[in-house]
Design a protein around this ligand. Structure first.
Ligand code: COA
Length: 214
């Protein structure tokens, strides 16, 4: 039913070279190391976290135990089971039928090898086959050419420049009809099968992450 959240079981989305899965307490150490990293924070137009690991664990525990109805947070694993980053869709808006997507591969050894493209394709397949959302958008720094190229390969198109908090972003988007045009029906039903969780948009309000700057 529209506006009703059904997510109760563990999320697991299988891509070609990655698996997106529900966040777990075991992710805390790697997540913390990425959150305090100045370069990663800079690429995300935010500041590194200054909390101690013990303080950070409190936020992490709450995130895992009490998922927000307005966002879906996922860990990115390689197909071999190595945790390399995180992906979330958030600000899920059931009026405008849209959400924002965020992706971060924290492990530099896995940059520029197609992992980001696979993650975003997998997340889009999930969103467009299991929710009623019509549009997915994202903001990326205008200087982040690797991210722009990766998102373009996943189907996003640049919409316009956005200036926010002194940063220059490119707003990119993909609409359901565009995604469906490049994903045949068979691929769509396969994508839906990879998920053990169905999540419907239920939000009218934006989601917030006290540790995230963008
Ligand atoms: C942005 C990110 C998700 C992209 O994922 P990825 O796995 O590294 O990217 P992909 O391999 O899918 O695609 C990157 C493409 O950009 C190319 N590229 C890399 N550096 C580039 C540069 N400086 N300029 C132009 N293209 C570049 C790669 O060669 C690749 O293209 P190809 O497949 O045609 O060779 C990942 O790099 C990441 O999380 N980085 C750190 C955090 C970050 O930048 N976050 C952005 C949030 S908006």
């Amino acid at each position: 039913m529209k506006g009703e959240k059904e997510a109760t079981t563990e999320l697991r989305l299988v891509g070609e070279i990655t698996v997106l899965r529900a966040k777990s307490m075991d992710d805390a150490e790697a997540d913390y190391s990425w959150r305090i990293d100045p370069e990663l924070a800079g690429l995300d137009a935010t500041r590194p976290v200054t909390l101690s690991f013990t303080e950070y664990l409190r936020y992490h525990r709450d995130d895992v135990a009490y998922p927000s109805p307005w966002s879906v947070r996922m860990a990115i694993d390689t197909s071999g089971g190595r945790h390399i980053g995180n992906c979330m869709y958030y600000d899920i808006n059931s009026e405008k039928l849209q959400c924002e997507l965020g992706v971060m591969i924290g492990d530099r050894d896995y940059w520029s090898q197609g992992y980001g493209t696979d993650v975003v394709k997998t997340a889009l397949a999930h969103i467009f086959t299991t929710t009623e959302l019509e549009r997915v958008y994202l903001h990326t720094l205008s200087t982040n050419f690797r991210a722009q190229k990766s998102f373009t390969k996943s189907g996003f198109k640049p919409l316009r420049d956005v200036r926010r908090d002194g940063y220059e972003f490119i707003l990119m988007e993909i609409w359901r009809k565009e995604w469906e045009a490049t994903n045949p029906v068979e691929a769509r039903s396969q994508s839906a099968d990879t998920s053990s969780t169905s999540t419907s948009p239920s939000a009218l309000q934006p989601d917030t992450d006290p540790l995230m700057g963008s």
